[in-house]
Design a protein around this ligand. Structure first.
Ligand code: ASP
Length: 584
């Protein structure tokens, strides 16, 4: 038996017990006649004591030789601690050691294994196994486990069946690029790793499984953005014989269940807005609604004077920043510089202070009188003491810029509290999205999403106006999940592929398996997937998902611990019938 107890469980009630412990040396203190060692494992820290008066010289010497992170086993007696540490659960006792076995020595770790470490991100990634010994990372992994367990409990109780779908599949256009895997047995042929199990879960519905879920790895070879991982995990679900409303109810329930079991928070409201409203009010399809600062469109209120910048703009739009009328010229100039940064891209910004005495002071007083400015305040919902900030230009760009400013101000004003949770459904997404690069429409969600019946007639004339039965669940400004009601008949699916620019032959070649299946009695179905990594990070009150992933890749998509991706040798290339042609 390696241990009778773990390092986190001995208490005053255990005094006088003979125990065996095993773990890592966190640190030791040598007072000459006494040596204290903090022994650590996943469960906690227990203080060991070696005492000259009660321990033989040989063991004192071996105790003195223990370095940080040595792995040891000890036997000893639990005794009362003289100076108690009430900050840790084992702080009332210590273990007087009478047998010490060094199980493994350790080199000095490249960074300190403490809650606050001196190791930079790269170093910690390279030695991730050491990083995982630190409480913040270890606790994040335990937290993730708790979340996934609650997800499994909740869905299993509702008759969802967890099914594994294959990782080696066929490359299909689903939005992002596929990671591909060469097939040795089939020279020149490749598998692709799934961007999601989308078609398989639909086929499970055709198979009559009725309710499916899977906590599943997905792979997307996208250009990396901050805090994106090329492989990530989804809570993937699909249901048959349902309407949109049924799906929303199940996943509101799941979200409620998680917030209740994890944080003991009761969420009652799951407001819903349409995509169009979200864009108009927040300039964003995943708005953070924990705070206001909703957009006020000022075209009518601002385009009747001689201010040509506004007169020539497609959209003039502003927000009221609470209690910011007192900002100095310098503070406002800094904000103007901020929106002019290339990452945001505004060409300028107009402001209007709503003074406490009821008057207004704007940067365009030359053009607008007090009555005009009062109208601006009304439209943006500004009250006395607020600062109105206004951008203008092409509608979509200007909305995106103001959205970035709204989020930045909310961060600066401390309006985004990690322990406050505000979910929101965004509904009725457009079915298709114009892509300048390829010069054609793409499915905004994916090609299997059903258009709204009442909009199908617009497919030929105004494809951009067709709305989809698609919905996203947004939490605190993050899209945590999205899904749709699916097409379940061959004709509509073929029509959809046609509008996405596939020839009949191409559609058949890539998605024949799905359209054929639809001819054998496909039930009406729909579903959704939550992004688990992000969900766990938000529930854990953190911004970055990396700490909740055991072995994450860095921002360049590399695993710096195992050093992947890496080249393979010529023999392996030959076996796979591959010839490299590296340019540049
Ligand atoms: N497969 C979709 C995705 O990965 C989710 C869904 O429609 O269920 O976004």
């Amino acid at each position: 038996m390696y241990r009778s107890h773990n390092c986190g469980e001995l208490r005053a009630a255990d005094i006088n017990k003979e125990v065996t412990l095993a773990g890592w040396v966190q640190k030791s203190r040598d007072k000459g006649f006494m040596i204290w060692v903090d022994l650590r494992d996943r469960y906690g820290i227990t203080q060991l004591i070696f005492d000259e008066a009660r321990t033989d010289e040989n063991m004192m010497q071996r105790a003195r030789s223990l370095g940080r992170e040595y792995v040891v086993q000890i036997k000893g007696t639990v005794i009362e601690r003289e100076s108690k540490n009430l900050n840790i659960p084992t702080g009332e006792i210590e273990v007087l050691v009478n047998e010490l076995t060094i199980l493994n020595e350790a080199q000095l770790p490249p960074f300190t294994i403490e809650d606050e470490t001196d190791g930079g991100e790269d170093l910690r990634m390279k030695y991730r196994y050491l990083d995982i010994r630190r409480n913040p990372v270890k606790n994040s992994l335990l937290f993730r486990h708790k979340v996934t367990q609650e997800v499994r409990n909740y869905l299993s109780n509702l008759d969802f069946c967890e099914v594994e779908t294959p990782y080696l599949i066929k490359s299909t256009p689903e939005g992002a690029r596929d990671f591909v895997v060469p097939s040795r047995m089939n020279p020149g042929q490749f598998y692709a790793l799934p961007q999601s199990p989308q078609t398989f879960k639909q086929l499970l519905m055709v198979g009559g499984l009725d309710r499916y879920f899977q906590i599943v790895k997905c792979f997307r070879d996208e250009d990396l953005r901050a805090d994106r991982q090329p492989e990530f995990t989804q809570i993937d679900c699909e249901m048959s014989f349902i309407e949109q409303e049924d799906i929303l109810k199940v996943f509101e329930g799941l979200t409620r269940h998680l917030l209740k079991t994890i944080h003991n928070i009761d969420i009652t409201q799951f407001p819903r807005i349409t995509y169009d409203e979200a864009m108009a009010k927040y300039g964003n399809d995943k708005p953070d609604i924990r705070f206001g600062m909703e957009f006020g469109e000022l075209n009518a209120a601002a385009q009747h004077k001689d201010f040509s910048v506004f007169n020539h703009a497609e959209l003039v739009v502003g927000i009221a920043v609470p209690d910011a009328a007192s900002y100095t010229r310098k503070q406002i100039d800094a904000l103007i510089d901020w929106v002019k940064r290339p990452q945001v891209g505004a060409s300028g910004m107009v402001y209007c202070k709503c003074e406490l005495d009821g008057t207004f002071k704007s940067s365009v007083d030359k053009f607008y009188d007090q009555a005009d400015l009062a109208k601006w305040a009304e439209v943006t919902g500004a009250k006395a003491g607020d600062l109105i900030l206004i951008l203008s230009g092409p509608a979509n760009k200007t909305r995106a810029q103001l959205s970035a400013l709204r989020m930045e101000l909310a961060n600066r004003l401390g309006l985004r509290q990690p322990n406050e949770f505000a979910p929101l459904w965004v509904m009725d997404f457009p079915l298709l999205e114009w892509d300048d690069e390829t010069g054609r429409y793409h499915a905004m969600h994916h090609p299997f999403t059903s258009p709204k019946k009442e909009d199908i007639h617009l497919l030929d004339s105004e494809p951009g106006k067709v709305r989809a039965n698609a919905y996203d669940l947004v939490l605190n400004g993050n899209e945590i999940g999205g899904g749709s009601i699916r097409i379940h008949d061959k004709e509509t699916q073929a029509l959809m592929f046609k509008h996405l620019g596939f020839t009949t032959a191409e559609a058949q070649e890539q998605f024949g398996f799905l359209m054929n299946a639809f001819q054998y009695g496909a039930p009406p179905h729909g579903g959704l997937a939550f992004g688990l990594d992000r969900l766990v990070a938000i529930l854990g009150g953190q911004e970055t998902i990396r700490d909740f992933i055991a072995f994450p890749k860095n921002n360049a998509g590399r695993d710096v611990m195992i050093d992947a991706p890496a080249t393979i040798d010529n023999a392996q290339l030959d076996e796979l019938s591959l010839v490299l042609n590296i340019k540049g």
